[in-house]
Design a protein around this ligand. Sequence first.
Ligand code: THU
Length: 138
Amino acid sequence: MTDLSPDTIEKLILKAHEMQEMSYAPYSGFNVGAALLTVDNEIYGGCNIENAAFSPTICAERTAIFKAVSEGKRDFRAIAIVGGKKKEIGDLCFPCGVCRQVMAEFCDPDSFRIITRNREGETVIHTLRELLPESFGL
Ligand code: THU
């Protein structure tokens, strides 16, 4: 698998930022956007969607992954994530443990890249294995 080009990284961050606009987060006020890149270079966006009962809330990353899987896509190269208040990019936003486990279901731990950027424009990229070593699987 080829690595991600700088252009691809910018495209994914831009899409994640666009998706942050769609975030429904009236309870936390924390807006997250994600952009998932498939091996055939399609991009699926996602945002966090909260609920008054709290536990039905879904993160932006899982929204994007479930959208893609529900349309027959199961092979992914990377995901970009941005998060912050007022639909703006804040600190680096790393995926929660539940989303990391969902990524482990579908993504190769050594080639799948998790990209995040903060308000200063610092971009950090990890493999899934770096963020979820020794993951559970059956
Ligand atoms: N959230 C995400 O969407 N992705 C993350 O990586 C971390 C947390 C959402 C869930 C909730 O709607 C809000 O951010 C605050 O936890």
